[in-house]
Ligand binder design. Structure first.
Ligand code: HEM
Length: 407
């Protein structure tokens, strides 16, 4: 590849990295009745209450009080100093917030170090696939989840997508990190901070006229059902695609990947009775909560556009067709249509034919001559994207918002 094309790819990689990390929020339209049984959860039992009506009893009142007292700046200043899992909470946190965080930072009793380790090794080995899937799959899918798109759009971060993307990358970076939940890692910190951000959003968004107008009757955003929708768009979706792509995964790796996401759900404040105990249970819950809610909204389409514009800015739009095509390949045409991705008659058939061969070659299943030349263009773009996706999150601080997107 000549130098110019390389540079183009590199820049596109950055934009894809940016695209990738939006993946974080939730829905409003069609919902099926909640019938998923707590017997399939990591708790093995529970009241079975519809999580549509459950938020975060511990975090929400604390964050509402912090905001109402005008303590957000003080809290954020202290939070900046908290970066490692094993670090004591910094001085200067308001007392109620500090007490909550001391509880919230504790790993669940069922966290299993060996499984977490298997997950980390898996992500290290398969980072190109998981990175591309979080980015171009989950990240773009979030704009087809109406509640997620609207919450993101009308919250403070919606006004500055580049910054928001970088912040959300922090979670993508930490969750795949070898040290994620080890003492020297940062995933406990990231998850607890995210839990604080979500609780703050629950207090703030109901005051946004734009959100209230479009929330479809939901009065408080980010219910536990919404969180599980997003959880599936990350974990269950990625595992499904890895299988579709015939990436070899042994059972220790598959269990480990599930486990890191189970622990993450717990650390984000999801009650254990909603966290699936197995991939089969996760699939069943995903079919119930995620699949039916995917829909098109003006906010989602605008967010997709903003994201693709960030890409276009970086390489004058030259590789946008490749991005559209790979995203359509990953998400399927239905979701591609919902978020307004262009159809790409040249790239789409090429990627559908070349990608499975590239995966097979990388896994040692077929010899090199069977891989078409164009597959390497796609792979190079993805590799750059994954590298940038991973580096994007470094040095980024998650902060409690004190306002909504200005209307
Ligand atoms: C913020 C991750 C679910 C809406 C964040 C942030 C992360 C994150 C890392 C911090 C980035 C930032 O401050 O911009 C996740 C994960 C989820 C999840 C891993 C589920 C597994 C949801 C859901 C919604 C949502 C279901 C809405 C329905 C938001 C909003 C913000 C946010 C509005 C704040 C943006 C702002 O700064 O204004 N989330 N999230 N998230 N999330 Fe989530």
């Amino acid at each position: 590849m000549d130098e110019l094309s390389r540079r183009k790819m590199l820049f596109t990689g950055g934009a894809l990295g940016a695209l990738g990390v939006l993946g974080a929020a939730s829905p409003a339209g069609a919902r099926s009745l909640w019938t998923w049984a707590p017997s399939g959860s990591v708790a093995g039992k529970g009241a079975g209450l519809d999580p549509e009506w459950v938020w975060d009893e511990q975090a929400d009142p604390v964050l509402a009080a912090v905001i109402e007292r005008g303590d957000v700046a003080k809290a954020n200043e202290a939070l900046r100093k908290w970066t490692r899992n094993d670090q004591p909470l910094p001085a200067g946190l308001p007392a109620d917030l500090r007490d909550f965080m001391e509880e919230a930072r504790r790993l669940p009793s069922w966290a299993d170090t060996r499984k977490l380790d298997a997950a980390a090794r898996f992500t290290k080995k398969r980072g190109i696939y998981t990175g591309a899937l979080y980015g171009l799959g989950s990240g773009l899918m979030s704009t087809a989840i109406p509640r997620e798109a609207r919450a993101v759009y009308y919250s403070k971060g919606g006004a500055d997508m580049k910054d928001r993307i970088a912040k959300t990358a922090r979670l993508g970076y930490d969750v795949g990190d070898l040290d994620a939940y080890l003492p020297q890692g940062g995933m406990i910190v990231t998850a607890v901070k995210t839990r604080l951000v979500h609780a703050a959003v629950r207090h703030l968004l109901p005051q946004s006229p734009g959100w209230s107008r479009t929330s479809g009757g939901q009065t408080i955003p980010i219910s536990q059902a919404d969180i599980m929708v997003t959880w599936h768009s990350l974990s269950t979706f990625v595992m499904r695609k890895l299988k579709d792509w015939r990436v070899p995964i042994n059972s220790a790796e598959s269990d480990g990947f599930l486990h890191v996401w189970q622990v993450t759900a717990h650390m984000l404040g999801v009650p254990d009775e909603y966290i699936p105990a197995s991939w089969a249970e996760a699939e069943a819950q995903s079919r119930q909560v995620l699949d039916p809610v995917l829909a098109s909204t003006p906010e989602g389409i605008e967010l997709t556009d903003i994201l693709l514009d960030i890409v276009a800015e970086l390489d004058a739009g030259l590789t946008r067709p490749l991005i559209n095509a790979f995203s359509r390949y990953t998400l399927g045409d239905r979701t591609g249509d919902l978020i307004g991705l262009d159809r790409e008659p040249f790239w789409q058939p090429l990627i559908s034919a070349a990608w499975p061969l590239l995966v097979a070659f990388r896994e040692g299943l077929i010899p090199l001559p069977l891989v078409p030349e164009a597959a390497w263009t796609v792979e190079e773009a993805l590799r750059k994207f994954v590298l940038l996706f991973l580096s994007e999150g470094e040095g980024i601080r998650l902060e409690i918002p004190d306002a909504n997107r200005p209307s």
